[in-house]
Design a protein around this ligand. Structure first.
Ligand code: ADP
Length: 413
């Protein structure tokens, strides 16, 4: 066992993986980086350490395994490998099986495989990372942390769809929700900022990144969230549509011959801010386009951002139904942490609930600066809190393997 409390956090996608080596107690990051384009001729891995970046090409015959082996060599060369006490893996879908993080053994792997059909793009990639890491770090405990686990506390009225209930009972079709580690983390940070016990804190957390979701958290527990069976439901996202009339898909199939692949492409890759604006999925680009001299560009960007913010506001308003009281609305994620423009647009729709923004505070809370942004007359606090999913994964991995004193940090359950 290492005394350094270092946890290697891996977030593995089908052709890339992100990694970070951090101290589970202090959150200090020693190393971070990204392996990308795995499976192609220009696969590479980039290490970020002490403010320096260093990229290497990968011999990519074995994709993730080669990349992880290169990471292991780097850790050895830099004298960091002996400090690793645990490896924490982000796993997207835990189904109903996983209500909290777990130490990985062969039965866990089998269970993650069993729910893979619910997240066919993500879970198999997460498993590749887990299996490669088990080979590369023999003897070091590995922990799986699920995006869905925090939301397993939702009541049936929130997670059931109003369709034939056999589809839930036999096929597991229900709301699971995602971004659980992020909603968990910022809600705990919010309770601390409000100087309240988490068990008495009710907040609506709004994670706005490339993927976007809202979560209603009653006394520390997730009671509703906007993503569903898959991460497509709910808010307008970078390229995902979020909510739409299910009849649209039937109409496109019957009238225009769409099949599953074409619908997937449309709703996952070509919709959201990109589809609405025809310009970009990137919020920064759209905010710049608001200043464009070309009227059509300016209007397209404005309309996309208006649909985006109105949808977020509708979710915040509707989630007040899930709570007995509202202590705070919390913004996080790349957009939530940085776009004072969109935060202001969103809260402007919520005047009827008595929420207001202080524009000077709103402008100040960007680029890593957290803080309250509500006006003095606002009926609930509004906070900007940077998320830290890696830290939650590292803390859960530490708690389950070498630092059992962190029991109160547990997410899910
Ligand atoms: P991911 O979901 O991939 O982790 P992020 O949380 O990094 O994504 O969020 C990416 C989004 O954040 C992009 O739409 C990006 O434009 C937006 N973003 C980042 N910085 C700013 C900024 N200064 N102003 C507005 N949007 C920003």
């Amino acid at each position: 066992m290492s005394s350094a409390n270092q946890v290697l956090v891996l977030n593995c996608g089908s052709s890339s993986f992100k990694f970070a080596l951090l101290n589970s107690e202090t959150g200090t990051e020693t190393l971070s980086g990204l392996a990308e384009r795995l499976g192609s001729d220009d696969a590479s891995i980039t290490f970020k350490r002490n403010g320096n970046k260093n990229s290497l090409s990968l011999n990519d015959k074995n994709r993730h395994l080669d990349a992880i082996k290169t990471l292991v060599s780097y850790l050895e060369t830099e004298g960091l490998s002996n400090d690793i006490a645990a490896v924490g893996h982000r796993v997207v879908h835990g189904g109903e099986k996983f209500t909290e993080s777990v130490v990985i053994d062969s039965s866990t792997i089998k269970s993650i495989e069993d729910v893979s059909s619910l997240a066919p793009l993500h879970n198999p990639a997460n498993l590749i990372g887990i299996e490669a890491a088990m080979v590369a770090f023999p003897g070091i405990p590995q922990v799986a942390v699920f995006d869905t686990a925090f939301h397993q506390s939702m009541p049936a009225k929130a997670y059931l769809y109003a369709i034939d209930k056999q589809l839930y009972k036999e096929k597991g079709i229900r709301r699971y929700g995602f971004h659980g580690t992020s909603h968990f983390y910022v809600s705990r940070q919010a309770a601390e900022s409000l100087a309240k016990q988490i068990s008495e804190t009710s907040v609506i957390t709004v994670h706005l990144g490339n993927g976007c979701s809202v979560c209603a958290i009653e006394n520390g527990q997730s009671v509703d969230t906007s993503m569903g069976l898959t991460p497509m439901e709910g808010l307008v996202m970078g390229t995902r549509s979020g909510d739409l009339d299910p009849g649209i898909t039937i109409y496109l199939m019957r009238k225009y011959g769409y099949d599953a692949d074409k619908l997937d492409q449309l709703l996952n890759k070509q919709s959201g801010l990109l589809g609405l604006s025809g310009l970009s999925n990137d919020c920064r680009t759209l905010e710049q386009a608001l200043e464009s001299e070309d009227e059509q560009t300016q209007q397209s960007a404005q309309l996309a951002l208006e649909v985006f913010s109105y949808r977020v506001a509708k979710y915040i308003a509707s989630y007040t139904c899930a709570l007995t009281h509202l202590d705070a609305v919390v913004f996080t994620g790349g957009i939530g942490e940085n776009s004072d423009y969109l935060r202001s647009r969103i809260i402007a729709h919520l005047g009827v609930l008595g929420l207001s923004v202080d524009e000077a505070r709103n402008t100040a809370a960007r680029f890593g600066h957290s803080g309250p942004i509500h006006g003095n007359d606002s009926r609930a606090a509004i906070w900007v809190i940077p998320t830290n999913e890696e830290l939650v994964i590292a803390q859960d991995a530490a708690r389950l393997t070498f630092n059992h004193s962190q029991d109160n940090q547990q997410q899910g359950a």
